[in-house]
Design a protein around this ligand. Structure first.
Ligand code: KG4
Ligand code: ZN
Length: 364
């Protein structure tokens, strides 16, 4: 039996500085503390995350986050068994800040150091929350990523498909910006959509008729931009009701795309794993209730159990990194001082990166 481990997790790959302590063994873990310092206010004036500002804020806040996580868990570093840190993919300045902090702690204490793929943290969240057994189908849907994965093990993921351009969270953020809403865009769009007419604008559901489970969101974003510009030109401005209707129609299009492709991914998954009918979602966009409801409905149609994490474990956090560290400790040795920070870090290393997912190649 795998012994119980207590891990300190560190996350700084985008705009959340996070630290957490998680205790347990693979598939049977609980969160002792989880601290997240968001940076939304630092980036608010710029309409998006500014990498240099993010990196500086991480460098300033990592030690405070770690101290708070240890204090809330009521533990000292001498009661920790290992350190897990996000080593990619992400904004490199932030990832480097986290990795350097973790290396410093490891060097000072002698604790083993594990580098964790941020995406594995999201993808293994169902193991932390519910001890879900492998394999399961995972839709990882966040600000930077969108992919269907079969989770075979703590470090074995098979990608069935994903976005060929923007991630849905990125589309939520961009559409919020062009509607004059605040950032992050997802919660802002979800809130205003509650008052909007989701069928007023017939936005596209890109790649709906293409076989497979790849997705695309950049054309949808452009369609919202055109509809907004047409309204502004016709009536010299945007009424609050137009804003709500555009947001609701956009959210419905994202939901339908994700739900349609989830049906395809589930069919492919079930053909391979008929005895494990389990579909999980993770990542920031999984916080969206309309999208959750759609995914739940398609799962129920196919007699598949559906699981979505609590909101605090959907968006970026360090508990998922510590938990992934516990999972990976059981199957491999530590990375130690050889660990390097990586801006790009695919989960499924057997497949070529997704096309168009970044100017310099595949992000994941
Ligand atoms: O997983 P996450 O915290 O960071 C990444 O790894 O990307 O996801 C952040 C993304 C942002 O784009 C944000 O707009 C989106 O998740 N998001 C949402 C909601 N809450 C956060 N999107 C739609 N609806 C939400 N309620
Ligand atoms: Zn994330």
């Amino acid at each position: 039996m795998t012994p119980t481990q207590t891990l300190l997790g560190i996350e700084s790959s985008c705009d959340d500085t996070a630290a957490a302590v998680v205790r347990g063994a693979p598939g049977d873990m609980h969160v002792l503390s989880s601290v997240v310092f968001g940076q939304a206010e630092l980036h608010a004036d710029f309409g998006g995350v500014v990498p240099e500002i993010a990196a500086r804020a991480h460098a300033e806040r990592l030690d405070v986050s770690i101290a708070a996580a240890l204090e809330q868990a009521d533990l000292g570093l001498d009661q920790i068994d290992a350190i897990a840190v996000t080593c990619g993919p992400g904004l490199i300045g932030g990832v480097v800040s986290g990795v350097m902090m973790a290396k410093g702690l490891s060097a000072a204490t002698g604790l083993p150091l594990y580098g964790v793929n941020h995406l594995a943290g999201h993808a293994l969240t169902p193991r932390l929350t519910d001890g879900v057994a492998f394999p399961y189908l995972m839709l990882l849907v966040s600000g930077g990523h969108c992919q269907f994965l079969i989770a075979h093990g703590p470090d074995k993921f098979e990608r069935l498909g994903g976005t060929i351009d923007d991630a849905p969270g990125e589309a939520f953020d961009k559409v919020a910006r062009l509607l004059g809403l605040g950032q992050p865009g997802g919660p802002a769009i979800e809130a205003i959509s509650a008052h909007g007419n989701a069928v007023r604008f017939a936005f596209p559901r890109p790649l709906a008729n293409k076989p497979g489970c790849d997705l695309s969101f950049s054309g949808l974003k452009t369609a919202v931009l055109r509809a907004r510009d047409d309204l502004v030109a016709a009536q010299e401005g945007l009424h609050a009701s137009d804003q709500a209707d555009l947001a609701a129609s956009f959210q419905a299009a994202v939901r339908d795309s994700l739900v349609g492709k989830s049906a395809r991914a589930l069919e492919a998954y079930l053909a391979l794993n008929p005895h494990q009918p389990m579909f999980c979602v993770a990542g920031g966009v999984a916080a969206n209730m309309a999208i959750r409801a759609g995914l739940e409905a398609v799962s129920s149609d196919l007699s598949v159990r559906f699981l979505a994490p609590p909101l605090s474990l959907c968006t970026d956090n360090a508990a998922m990194i510590a938990a992934a560290g516990i999972e990976q400790m059981a199957v491999r040795g530590p990375d130690g001082m050889a660990l390097s920070a990586r801006p790009r870090m695919p989960l499924d290393t057997e497949r070529a990166g997704m096309l168009g997912s970044g100017k310099k190649g595949a992000k994941a």
